[in-house]
Ligand binder design. Structure first.
Ligand code: RIB
Length: 311
């Protein structure tokens, strides 16, 4: 069973031809709202696409925004441990999605900033604790300490990017980052593999967008090429990858199997608008994988060369 401690945001999304540059105004389409937040997105992905029994501890305002957030998590089968506050609003995110499916996101943390390690439920029965960085860093560190003491594996998706104290990295069994986050944490501008090698965590997974992902587990490297899809909105794709990866590992899948399933789920997530609304079901991921043949050796070689800093 997987426990997620993290954020939930109501996403206010406007599609526009392109994301505005600093100081610029662009005219977009109609405003839409979607359940989001990195923590809640990962919980939905863990439960729905990864098929793992999933719990989530989160903080919400007692307001209208919290209703769709709770409903989305519960519909995915997530067991909620929700702290609700009267004097702060639920987390919100303001997202512009461009016609080429990229996004720019600003988060107003609201109640997410009130989540404490003291809010964690009893940890017996959980195998993994998965966290992100949209809740206070002190909560992440204290929760990791409690989880470690209770025998859980600690997984951290270090997003949004920030410099992390060695004290926190020492508590993380499995670190998941994108390329920008890897550079921020490692402070290394060498190849992806060199930057990964500077980190003390036993397992490090780096997502590389459409190129795929690479994992270093102990001394072993695993490469997974990306799945090409017609992307309409990449919001939540990284979260889908994280939630599904941990669900698959919790099911006892190997790192290679988990990377493949998580990458397929993340690719499918890009084909629909919104964050949690675009997380596929496990059966959809299986059908997608059955349709796709193994990646071409040339794609695998290109990914390896990119990670080695040769391309
Ligand atoms: O990773 C995507 C998420 O980032 C969005 O759902 C938004 O709420 C922000 O947390």
């Amino acid at each position: 069973m997987v426990l997620i401690a993290g954020s939930a945001n109501l996403d206010f999304v406007v599609r526009a031809q392109r994301i505005p540059a600093p100081g610029e105004t662009v005219l977009g389409h109609d405003l839409q709202t979607f359940p989001g937040g990195k923590g809640a997105n990962q919980a939905v992905a863990c439960a729905r696409a990864g098929g793992a029994r999933t719990g989530m501890v989160l903080a919400l305002g007692r307001d209208a925004y919290s209703q769709p957030l709770k409903a989305s998590l519960q519909n995915a089968g997530v067991l909620l441990h929700a702290q609700e506050f009267d004097d702060v609003s639920s987390g919100t995110a303001f997202i512009c999605v461009s016609d080429d499916a990229e996004n720019a996101i600003t988060v107003a943390p609201g109640a997410n900033a009130r989540l404490l390690a003291a809010h964690l439920p009893p940890l017996a029965g959980y195998r993994f604790l998965l966290m992100q960085l949209e809740i206070p860093l002190s909560t992440v560190i204290e929760s990791a300490q409690l989880a470690r003491a209770a025998g859980l594996q600690v997984a951290l998706n270090a997003a949004p990017a920030q410099v992390l104290a060695p004290e926190l990295l020492a508590l993380v069994d499995l670190l998941i980052v994108n390329e920008g986050e890897l550079r921020a944490i490692s402070k290394n501008q060498g190849s992806i593999l060199e930057a990964m090698a500077t980190l003390p965590c036993p397992t490090v997974v780096v997502t590389l967008g459409a190129r795929g992902a690479v994992a270093r587990q102990g001394g072993e490297l695993h490469y997974q090429t990306g799945f090409a899809v017609q992307a309409v909105d990449t919001t939540g794709a990284g979260d889908t990858f994280c939630g599904v990866l941990i669900a698959q590992l919790a099911h006892g899948q190997t790192m290679a199997q988990a990377l493949q399933f998580a990458s397929a789920a993340a690719a499918l997530c890009c084909t629909q608008p919104g964050a949690q609304s675009s997380v596929p079901a496990a059966s959809e991921v299986r059908s997608f994988l059955a349709e796709r043949s193994a990646s071409a050796p040339s794609a695998q070689q290109a990914l390896e060369r990119y990670c080695q800093g040769l391309a």
